[in-house]
Ligand binder design. Sequence first.
Ligand code: GDP
Ligand code: MG
Length: 691
Amino acid sequence: MSKIRIYELAKELNISSKKLIELLLEEFGVKVKNHMSAIEDEDAELIKEFMEESKDKEDKDDEEDGKEDQKNKKPHKHNNKGGNNKEINKKDSKQEKEDSENEDSQESIKIEDTITVKEFSEKIGKPSTEVIKQLIFMGVMAAINQEIDFNTAQKLGEKFDVTVLKEERDVDKEAVEQEDEEDEEINLEKRPPIITVMGHVDHGKTSLLDAIRKSKVTATEAGGITQHIGAYTVNINNEKITFLDTPGHEAFTAMRARGAQITDIVILVVAADDGIMPQTAEAISHCKAADVPMVVAINKIDRPGANVDKVKQELTEYDLVPEDWGGNTICIPVSAHTKEGIDTLLEMVLLTAEMQELKANPHRNAKGTVIEAKLDKGRGAVATLLVQNGTLRVGDSIIVGNTYGRVRALFDDKGKKIKSAGPSIPVEVLGLSEVPAAGDRFHQVKNEKTAREIADKRKQKIREEYLQSTHKVSLENLYNQIKEGKVKELNIIVKADVQGSIEALKQSLQKLSNEEVKVRVIHGAVGAINETDVTLASASNAIIIGFNVRPDVNAQSAAEKEAVDIKTYRVIYNAIEDIKAAMVGMLEPDYKETVLGKAEIRQTYKISNVGTIAGCYVVQGKMVRNSKARVIRDGIVIFESELASLKRFKDDVKEVAEGYECGLSIEKFNDIKEGDIIEDYVMEEVKKKEL
Ligand code: GDP
Ligand code: MG
């Protein structure tokens, strides 16, 4: 017996797959998984008959109801009168609430910066003529709809025995709350799905995106084939699909971590000749975590080693059972090279989108997410925004993350100037005051002033948070913290190459204690500065002093993250002097050391008349000829001077980058050993800090 797929039947009946599935469940009690499910031809016939019947009935009903029905429907749909009424009702109840509040606290009202005479009279419950009269007595000529400022309102209030208070507004909350108001069903319209392509490296993500773009961009647009912004929209059977151009799950999850889930459907690319690889598995997990539906594109079917069934088999191990094997994962064999299967893939994407019933309201203020942004020399801040609801137009004022602006120009994905962009459409925007970050949300607000106000507020908040988080002590801010009474004890962790140095440092440092601050060494040990030292310092608000030792890589990054201050010295006297100076606010860091890189010694060669040459591997940063260098053995600095020579094979070179081998020798030092680390660095002059 032959079968028919739901989506095919839906097409025949001229209804959506979703509708058909609902119908099956409601009328026939038949449950199907999705639009790819198949039903028996016989059943399909029954449904068709049912549809015919109900259509006939509907027609008759329509005739009977006649004009009555139309009368009811029309104004509602086109004028949105219903909506207006609701608004008025809402206002009434708000007014009532305010009135009763006024009764409770008799003579006090709250207003914002300004208020119209009319609103003022309403608030105090007096006729506006009386208010205007009082204003005239005060020497203020104001008509009923004119605004008066807060001070005038306050004086005016006195005449009526009403205290006028300032209403503190949270403009940000107001603007965003308004944007987050739900759309009424009647205003919602279908929007294009937003697609991200994921998969293992080299499985053909970029090729597939290119193939789709090239095959779907019409000839007239050919000039614009070159990638313009990080997203593009294609037309398939008169329907649009928007593709995000940043393939990979890192970008996807980074966006999601920032609360911006913008992808509706993921195309998971799996090479037919390679199968599921680590990043494929990761992508699957990321999609599942985000609950985003996947359509699997089994790519490179033109390759000799292609094995579609093997890929399908592997997919089942991740609970993705292909629909032709009885599951509900849609798998489409494709080739980005021959373009085979691409149309089917796009059709399936559209069908999957149909199931999601993606809708938005184009008739409201725009909001959405920043896909990418940069500073352009000629054009200023340029951002690619994805409109997720509403319509963005030239001239609109928007708040974007912590920045804002007025839309000066809009460009579509082909670089063409446009006037507006609706839901699911990516646009390049000019006119922002600063460059926002990818993943930032944007909202349209009523004017530029509001946008700026909100941006300022957000920035201020960040600044406050930042200041709070950096209450940690450092030598640079020690004096201020002492003055502000934030620090009464200076905690220090000492790491050194030998026990003797620790004792010496401990004694001298603790002697620095004065009436205002007590200096305490909370921990001292021999060895490199490690991550545990940083954790301890962070927890006890301490600084770390390294004497002839260096932080290891983990310690360094932990210190940066936790804002722990690490200072390294070679001479005890310098350490003492620095801390002494810091305590009285006289620390003058004239020079700052910048580490350029690290190389590990793999082999040593003794060459007569020259000295010992080290065969090294650059493990971090770079080695630069003539730079200062130190030799570190087991985390301890054993010698400091500079690089005497730097070679790649036989040639002298200026620098050698990370991941490459090099030969080098250290000025005045021949005792290098295998496993030693050579760290090269420069001393940079820094501006004197205001303390
Ligand atoms: P990505 O790392 O996932 O973006 O993969 P790319 O799109 O860069 O493709 C990796 C390699 O596979 C490139 O050399 C492509 O030319 C090749 N490739 C991609 N798709 C196909 C295909 O359908 N057939 C064949 N034969 N090669 C493909
Ligand atoms: Mg790629």
